[in-house]
Design a protein around this ligand. Sequence first.
Ligand SMILES: Nc1nc2c(c(=O)[nH]1)N[C@H]1C(S)=C(S)[C@@H](COP(=O)(O)OP(=O)(O)OC[C@H]3O[C@@H](n4cnc5c(=O)[nH]c(N)nc54)[C@H](O)[C@@H]3O)O[C@H]1N2
Ligand SMILES: Nc1nc2c(c(=O)[nH]1)N[C@H]1C(S)=C(S)[C@@H](COP(=O)(O)OP(=O)(O)OC[C@H]3O[C@@H](n4cnc5c(=O)[nH]c(N)nc54)[C@H](O)[C@@H]3O)O[C@H]1N2
Ligand SMILES: [Mo]
Length: 843
Amino acid sequence: MSNQEKMYFNMTNGGPISVYVKDGKVVRVRPLQVPESEYKPWTIEAGGKKYSPPKAVRLSPPVHAERNRLDSYNRILRPLKRVDFDPKGERNPQNRGKSGYVEISWDEALDIVSGEIKRLTDTYGGSSITGMTSSHHNWGVVGYKMGPFSRFMNMLNYTPVLDNTDSWEGWHWGATHTYGFYWRLGMPEQFDLLEDVLKNTEMVVFWSNDPDTTRGTYSGQESAIWRQWLKEKGIKTVFIDPFYNYTNAAMDGTWLPPRPGSDTALAMAIAYVWITEGIYDKEYVADKTQGFDEFKDYILGLSDNGRAKTPEWAAEESGIPARKIRALAREWASKRTSLSSGCRGGEGGACRTAYGTEWARMMVCLQAMQGLGKPGVSIWGATMGAPADSTTWFPAYAEPRGQMGKSGIAKNKLSLMNQTKQRLFRLTLPEAILNGKEDFLGDGFCGQSLEQQFKRNIYPMEGHSPVKMFYRYGGSFMGTMVDTNKWVKMYQSENLEFVVNQDCWFSSETKFADVILPACTNLERNDIGEWAACGGYTTNAHIGNNYRVIVRQQKAVEPLGESKSDYEIFTLLSDRLGMKELFTEGNSEDDWAKLFYESSDVAKTVSWDEFNQKGYHLVPVPDDYKSTPSLRWYAEGRDVDTPDTGNPKRGTDKAKELGTYSGKIEFASESLKKAFPDDTERSIVPSFHASWEGYDSELFKQYPLQLISPHPRFSFHTAYDNHTTWVDEIPLHRVEKNGYRWWPIRLNPADAKARNISNGDIVELYNDRGSVLGSAVVTERVQPGVIHSYASGAKYDPLVPGKPGSTDRGGCVTLLTPSRMLSKNVPGMAPNSCLVEIRKWGV
Ligand SMILES: Nc1nc2c(c(=O)[nH]1)N[C@H]1C(S)=C(S)[C@@H](COP(=O)(O)OP(=O)(O)OC[C@H]3O[C@@H](n4cnc5c(=O)[nH]c(N)nc54)[C@H](O)[C@@H]3O)O[C@H]1N2
Ligand SMILES: Nc1nc2c(c(=O)[nH]1)N[C@H]1C(S)=C(S)[C@@H](COP(=O)(O)OP(=O)(O)OC[C@H]3O[C@@H](n4cnc5c(=O)[nH]c(N)nc54)[C@H](O)[C@@H]3O)O[C@H]1N2
Ligand SMILES: [Mo]
């Protein structure tokens, strides 16, 4: 670069970047700078036109604030100890969240943390220690949470906390029993669907999906141009969403806003029209599915006490007129239609509701009735499915080979050496701590089998200790879990003798810890990483990008303040515990980076030295690329031919089958029949139930507004919110008033008027679980009766610090969401089934 400026490469969870440094400070961050000549774009031919992506990378918008986030006003720069915490004297757990902090040296901090670990493991065994991370992490392979954190905790024989499948709830617990794909947590394959849609699809129904906002999770704005191509081609779009979302606005689609909680009824009425008018793919249903007759009986009202699922019935539930439901059903059947039911094909806010299993199952049933897998008939999130080389393997965070915790390159597989069989569950961790006992269903992310999700866990487990120490890595949950006042209560419980928090920024939970350890970001350490690569349950997620981009993540600046890389922190702790050699295996972070790289397929063509020198590598699409559209193999009765490497039937004599018991799409589920034959909520054939907290419930009289809390458009969960003034200043992200930046709370003009609320008023959103202040945004984009406010606020700012239930000014609307699970046997989160009331604050 120029005489004093130097450029480094890095990767973020919204795309690859070039980082410019001058005098030890980052002065600029830009999308990865690659000479145009190095891009080898693919071409899709459809309808006499050729489509190719631009020779550039398109970042997720908040990544443009990466420099501001690095130097954030909210960085944790030094180790801290709560003022009234004394490990040798009074611990005052009741003051967590209330008391302030003093700076301490690293030596003192490490002595306290390792001392507590020693004390507890010597007295009660490793199972007395629990710890957990959040979902999203500064990018990298070496420094990722599955690396240092997991390696260290497993070495202690800790009690892991299983994550609930928050992204996938209804699909994981429901759709897997209709079409398999349990190894993808219920998501359908997305391979080559861009080409299929451009060539064959005539209409796309976006059902609970806003890809312009959610962007295929990690792929930035790469797919934005694809949707413009659809628009140019004149492909019709329909949006079923209580919110007039951003994709709807960009595509100018038809908007059908259902009342939250009525989506399943709407889907059933569509099936009713298809059945009664005979407009479905009868041959496909006969050959490729089973249980249709039972399903048909339910839809027609021959079972379910005569309740026929007519458009008139669904209109009563959803508020969408029967004629519109009929018209949609007929058009859907008459055109080759792709269903876009969430950011990855599946997902979508509707899967995080009471009985969300039934909605997700219905999505699959509807497409099965139209010949799922035939040309133009797919389940496609509109964010994935670009042509790509999917055979060149590179480490990704969710697959064992790509993790330092379990990886093929580490000599000691510490995760496999963890002796502790006891487990906790994220959604009920507060109850488990507070009550000292808990039992729950499931095994966290269950990608192994259909039965894995039926496993029952009991805490404490015989021969194990209840947990006494909580090692919290990250600290976002006040704004991302449900009914989060219960986390305040948990933190103040004396059952937790010691709480440590390790994060780069002050997050909503950080100040509940006894000791706080400052971690540095990936701009301050070396690593390697591939854009958007998740592996595991989303194999080949690079198909959400127009190019496969692998980056040598280079330390651009020294760690700020006294912060250290997570790897270094755990190395120092291991050293104090006499386990340094076991933890590091003698490797530095750079040694691990090289080892990982050399275990990849890329190293076969580009040496480590070459890659290390250049800083990035683009994996080209092969010249003889052959597209394998998702589920085409199934529709055509062939062996699976997609790169869905998790599919256990690949290469076996069952390779033509899906992952259900029958190998077919099951309108009547065999696996549910076996596991829960008497469950009427997640029933054998999908069923409709009015939400336990919705427009039909008793509580509605007191709290007549339905809150939906989808994923924030301008931040990535808690990342970038309350860390960067640049994002905080976006008026649609936070609204400034009286010197404070408030979280937007959107409501319809009719609901605002009835409560004398005007645009920009500070309002209180409340129910029996909590109270949150925000800025009223009065807009027709929200249906009457619905409140729209994003989840994942990073700022928790209670009026009375440390008081559970105190009114929060920061905007954590999740304080209001219910703890109740999807249904009796389905322990997932349902934040979008939430009743509230709203009033002007201070009057
Ligand atoms: N109401 C409602 N709630 C929801 C959802 C919804 O739709 N509605 N969606 C759910 C879904 S799908 C998800 S994925 C979750 C996401 O919710 P979370 O997983 O809780 O949120 P994240 O923002 O990913 O949290 C990441 C945390 O890790 C920390 N961190 C990041 N990088 C590093 C690092 O390098 N080192 C250390 N030490 N710490 C780091 C961050 O500072 C932050 O505290 O929210 C769920 N909650
Ligand atoms: N900008 C940004 N992008 C992200 C994330 C982020 O935090 N910020 N998070 C990433 C992650 S971890 C995930 S899991 C994905 C999630 O991706 P999705 O699950 O697809 O996203 P959501 O925002 O929950 O829901 C999408 C749409 O569903 C609508 N919706 C909510 N409730 C209902 C309902 O009851 N019925 C109907 N019909 N529609 C409803 C919302 O208004 C929203 O427009 O997004 C990823 N992408
Ligand atoms: Mo997620």
